[in-house]
Design a binder for this molecule. Structure first.
Ligand SMILES: [Fe+2]
Ligand SMILES: [Fe+2]
Length: 174
């Protein structure tokens, strides 16, 4: 994640696309919510937004829609228990709908942006297929980021424990 952060916050072209959103206090509150065990919902959203933006740029797609909707794709403050209490469906089915409602309160969304947010969990829930290439990019990047966010700290913990264990081993001399 650090490598992406060091790029996105110096990429002025990217920042110009999302800076108005980063002034919204409700969106910034996502920085107080743990996401994927080791990161925050805001950091995850920036990660997804920036990686998706770079891919969209490379393929000459709608970079603005991808950057903005990528940042807004998980714009919800509820935890799993609160979403379960709503009894409107699974977490994966409900949270994109909450996110699109919250996003519409702070910005106008075009069809591509709505599709990106609403369909970003299409691999794991019945919400219909994405209509745009931009939506597929954000979905795939979301899964890549989730795996990276969970696996990197676990790898580091395992590495630290192994090194600590190895350090305690006394070699037997003959
Ligand atoms: Fe999500
Ligand atoms: Fe996500």
């Amino acid at each position: 994640m650090q490598f992406v952060e060091s790029f996105w916050n110096t990429d002025t072209e990217y920042i110009a696309l999302i800076e108005d959103l980063l002034e919204n206090s409700d969106l910034i509150k996502l920085g107080e919510i743990t996401h994927h065990h080791f990161t925050t919902r805001l950091t995850h959203s920036l990660f997804v937004s920036y990686v998706s933006y770079r891919i969209a740029k490379r393929f000459d797609l709608d970079t603005k829609a991808v950057a903005r909707a990528g940042l807004l794709h998980d714009f919800f403050h509820e935890g799993r228990a609160e979403i379960a209490e709503m009894k409107q469906g699974s977490h994966n089915y409900v949270h994109p709908k909450i996110a699109v409602n919250n996003a519409e309160k702070i910005t106008l969304l075009n069809d591509i942006e709505k599709d990106i947010i609403l369909k970003h969990m299409f691999l794991t829930t019945k919400c219909g297929l994405p209509k745009y290439k931009e939506s597929f990019i954000v979905t795939m990047v979301d899964k890549y980021c989730a795996i990276h966010e969970v696996s990197s700290p676990i790898k580091n913990i395992a590495k630290t424990r192994i090194l600590s264990y190895v350090g305690k081993i006394n070699p037997v001399s003959n």
